[in-house]
Design a protein around this ligand. Structure first.
Ligand SMILES: *Cc1c(COP(=O)(O)O)cnc(C)c1O
Length: 398
């Protein structure tokens, strides 16, 4: 048996490999610097161009670019009219922002449990948590795999709920052939550097409803309008006049970020293709290992995967997840855990959420680990990760 690096053996890799990484090239840099030396650094033509490109790519009628994915979620909640007294159902196995946006609006997050095989929110559990206070569902396409959209849409229609999709992981994914972004009432994207395409910080909301679109535009720019037909006091005083008609925020994206994202968007299909290749290779390597459970893929989702998760079957291993994680790091492979169930955090505990709420999510959380996945990984990088996982399993088998 080969000695683990953590026990003094030679590491599988010489250099550290991280779980995710952006891919920005010369073309991207040129696109940004052109905007930086031009007339508009923010609120210029690149934003308009980006919003059109995002609408085209996703097949949605409207897109609004915003400063980050969290702002996208907050604006969507505002546009949905979520407020004090409302409940919004979401998943605990997500980044905190998926639930925090509900709290920003003074409403209460209600956590529905996940399907233990796909890790996505379970429609059945959503239904069990619906009350007369429920206003919306925030469904997260976890790791990039589309949620059970058809079932969730049917529930939302039946109970008159607004469906917001947190697609921070899922740009490039299709559900039954339709791009994510065109399906839900509002779909929120993030363009943080670990996500599939990046603008540094950045986000967007796509939607088909003009009413949501108008509210979203106001929410992301102070609630201020320059459109005469939206003003209350017309005819207005003069060409300088604008009106604040609601309470909004400054959640705008800059023009040079939009230029970067437009340039990245051109490469999305290439990035998605490479991600798919790596996922396929990982699946082949891990599906036959009894110590590892691989995330189940649903046929409806043609997935551009953001994360690749291995779930350790700890009953078959003589190590803890922490020992496995540290052993990977010693082999120079930096994994990450996505995610601690949101309501386990002290802030949520202080709000009164109790551990044990969502047993599937808590159980899955104990064994999961995200291994490196990003398009710039070479075949050698991928094989190194597989080799390290197998080496560690061999040392801790039984
Ligand atoms: C990254 C992420 C967000 C937040 O996006 P930011 O751009 O970092 O604000 C929201 N939800 C999920 C599921 C995410 O992964």
């Amino acid at each position: 048996m080969e000695k683990l690096a953590i026990n003094g053996g030679a590491p599988v890799r010489k250099e550290k490999l991280y779980y995710g990484r952006q891919w920005i090239d010369e073309e991207d840099v040129k696109a940004v610097s052109k905007v930086l030396t031009g007339d508009f650094v923010t609120c210029g033509p690149k934003i308009t161009e980006l919003e059109k490109a995002l609408a085209d790519y996703t097949g949605a009628k409207y897109a609004v670019a915003v400063s980050n994915g969290t702002a996208a979620l907050h604006c969507a909640c505002i546009a949905a009219g979520i407020g004090p007294g409302d409940e919004v159902i979401t998943t605990p196995l997500t980044f905190a922002a998926s639930a925090n946006c509900i709290l920003y609006c003074g409403a209460r997050p209600v956590f529905a449990d996940i399907d233990p095989e796909t890790y996505n929110i379970a429609p059945k559990s959503i239904e069990e948590h619906i009350t007369e206070k429920t206003k919306a569902v925030i469904a997260v396409d976890f790791t990039g795999q589309a949620v059970k959209f058809r079932e969730i849409r049917a529930l939302c229609d039946k109970y008159h709920l607004i469906l917001i999709e947190d697609a921070a992981h899922a740009i490039g994914t299709k559900y039954e052939g339709q791009p994510v972004g065109s399906l839900s009432d509002m779909t929120c994207f993030s363009f943080h550097p670990v996500k599939t395409i990046t603008s540094g910080e950045g986000g967007a909301v796509t939607m088909n409803s003009e009413a949501f679109y108008k509210k979203l535009v106001l929410a992301h720019t102070h609630g201020i309008t320059h459109e005469e037909e939206e003003m209350e006091e017309a005819p207005h005083e003069g060409p300088w006049y604008y009106e604040q008609v609601s309470l909004g925020y400054n959640y705008r994206m800059t023009d040079f970020q939009a230029a970067l994202l437009l340039s990245q968007l051109k490469k999305l299909d290439k990035f998605a293709g490479r991600r798919k290749e790596i996922v396929k290779r990982y699946n082949e390597a891990f599906e036959s290992l009894p110590e590892i459970l691989v995330q189940k893929e649903i046929a409806e989702s043609d997935t551009c995967r953001h994360l690749y998760i291995i779930q350790l079957d700890l009953a078959k291993l003589s190590c803890t997840r922490r020992e496995f994680f540290d052993a990977m790091a010693a082999e120079n492979i930096q994994c990450q855990i996505h995610y601690v169930p949101v309501y386990w955090f002290p802030y949520y505990q202080h709000l009164g959420y109790k551990k044990g709420l969502c047993p599937n999510a808590e159980e899955v959380y104990q064994g999961i680990m995200s291994i490196p996945l990003y398009p710039r990984m070479t075949d050698e990088d991928v094989e190194g990760v597989i080799y390290a996982v197998k080496k560690i399993i061999e040392n801790y088998r039984g």
